[in-house]
Ligand binder design. Structure first.
Ligand code: ADP
Ligand code: ASP
Ligand code: MG
Length: 412
């Protein structure tokens, strides 16, 4: 008998009716003769509500206590879903991350999964039960509860699929699959029948929130096939699979959009060989992740440098730079926050010249200023003013012939 891991996100379990609907969908899979491990998120916006509750107590919540409160959201969902299944006479059992054997690093708020011991899951499956696991959480070596970072239930699901050697991992959500871009921004977005792990990894990393980047990374490393589909319909979803299983390479498969970005400018740095390494060393020692970097060296005594970081690192980045001002000897450092990143992604890009040029031309036709650019074999990203961001996604979607006539279905 095959095993499948099914994950249901926050909207899918947003209220009791929806939880009962999810229970019926699981019952159907069980009746088809499949063993099911389920991962669930907290109901609706509960994680946000728990964060806000904590913020009413203190401006600087202790990370351990924050994880303690956040994991309760998923615990409510597992208990309700397991009970809803038992009401349908489907044997089931709910497990916290710890009970399911999920071991994580000791990094509260953003822990990586180190290992999963599926002993207890196997035992329950053998007893004919559906196993319901709380997403987004695990236990550290010191037996502390840790969370995996926002959106982390996707990662729990893929990691469990690896651990129990599932046939595939199903991500059930509030849209019918992975689209050429966020269907909430472009209703004419196209549902993709399939996409490679590499393309999906770029899409997710560059802002397509439909999947957590670490979940895709894990699936790529372990060759796990993912099916993204809707919890609310039986329409075919999107398969994420190995590139060699794909029939064709798309020049541009999708457009991603991300507003979680800040542009940092450092002015007049002395033009010496070790300046750049010293600057980025100081940021790395503070665990600040730098994304795009642009350097303008005109062969003069000083040069300017721009780079991007995520919004939550903005203040820390400026603080770190200022702390090292006496060694780095720049004249000023500041950030620009009203920017967004728009990216085009496609595995066929590397063999089709002119794709980047077409992107720049399309943006310039609409008078959209490009402030930074990065490229890889399968993507081009531009930092642009945030106010023009959504329009940029729409015009690029159309310019790369991705528009369809059918309106995408999204659940509120
Ligand atoms: P869940 O709660 O099920 O984990 P998320 O909100 O995390 O759901 O992810 C689903 C959302 O991802 C969709 O509602 C959609 O707005 C957004 N999204 C962004 N980019 C894409 C894309 N390319 N294809 C599909 N959905 C996308
Ligand atoms: N509930 C968590 C969040 O909102 C984890 C998840 O839904 O994946 O981020
Ligand atoms: Mg999600």
């Amino acid at each position: 008998m095959g095993i499948v891991v099914q994950k249901y996100g926050g909207t899918s379990v947003g209220n009791v009716e929806r939880i009962k609907n999810v229970a019926k969908r699981i019952q159907k899979t069980v009746q088809e003769g499949t063993q099911v491990v389920v991962v669930v998120s907290a109901m609706g916006d509960q994680t946000d509500e728990l964060i806000s509750l904590m913020n009413q107590v203190t401006k600087k919540p202790p990370r351990r206590e924050m994880d303690m409160i956040l994991t309760t959201g998923e615990q409510i969902s597992i208990a309700l879903l397991s009970t809803a299944l038992q009401e349908l006479d489907v044997p089931s059992i709910s497990y916290t991350g710890w009970q399911a054997g999920i071991e994580t690093e000791s990094e509260f708020g953003n822990a990586r999964i180190l290992d999963i011991n599926p002993k207890r899951i196997y035992k329950s499956l053998k007893e004919g039960k559906v196993v319901i696991v709380a997403g987004f959480q695990g236990i550290t070596e010191k037996e502390e509860i840790a969370t995996l970072g926002r959106g982390g239930s996707d990662t729990s699901a893929v990691a469990l699929a690896v651990a129990v050697k599932a046939d595939y991992c199903e991500i059930n959500t509030d849209v019918e699959g992975v689209y050429s871009t966020d269907p909430r921004i472009v209703p004419k977005a196209r549902k993709l029948p399939a996409i490679s792990h590499d393309e999906m990894l770029e899409m997710a990393t560059l802002g397509a929130s439909v999947l957590h980047p670490r979940a895709v990374e894990l699936a790529k490393v372990h060759g796990v096939k993912i099916l993204v589909r809707s919890s609310f319909s039986d329409k075919e979803g999107t398969y994420i699979k190995e590139a060699n299983e794909m029939e064709q390479e798309n020049v541009v498969s999708g457009i991603a959009y991300d507003t979680d970005v800040i542009k940092i400018d450092v002015l007049n740095m002395p033009n010496k060989v070790d300046t750049i390494s010293s600057l980025f060393d100081s940021l790395a020692s503070e665990k600040i992740n730098v994304d795009m970097i642009v350097l303008s060296d005109r062969g003069t005594e000083t040069f300017n440098l721009s780079f991007s970081v995520s919004i939550e690192d903005a203040e820390r980045t400026i603080k770190t730079l200022k702390q090292h001002e006496s060694e780095l000897l720049f004249t000023d450092a500041f950030y620009e926050k009203d920017v967004a990143k728009v990216s085009i992604i496609g595995s066929g890009m590397s063999i089709h010249p002119g794709v980047a040029a077409k992107m720049f031309q399309t943006l310039s036709n609409e008078d959209i200023q490009i402030k930074m650019i990065t490229t890889s074999e399968i993507k081009v990203s531009c930092i642009i003013p945030e106010e023009k961001g959504k329009n940029a996604v729409k015009i690029l979607h159309s310019a790369f012939d991705l528009d369809t006539t059918e309106k995408a279905k999204v659940e509120a």
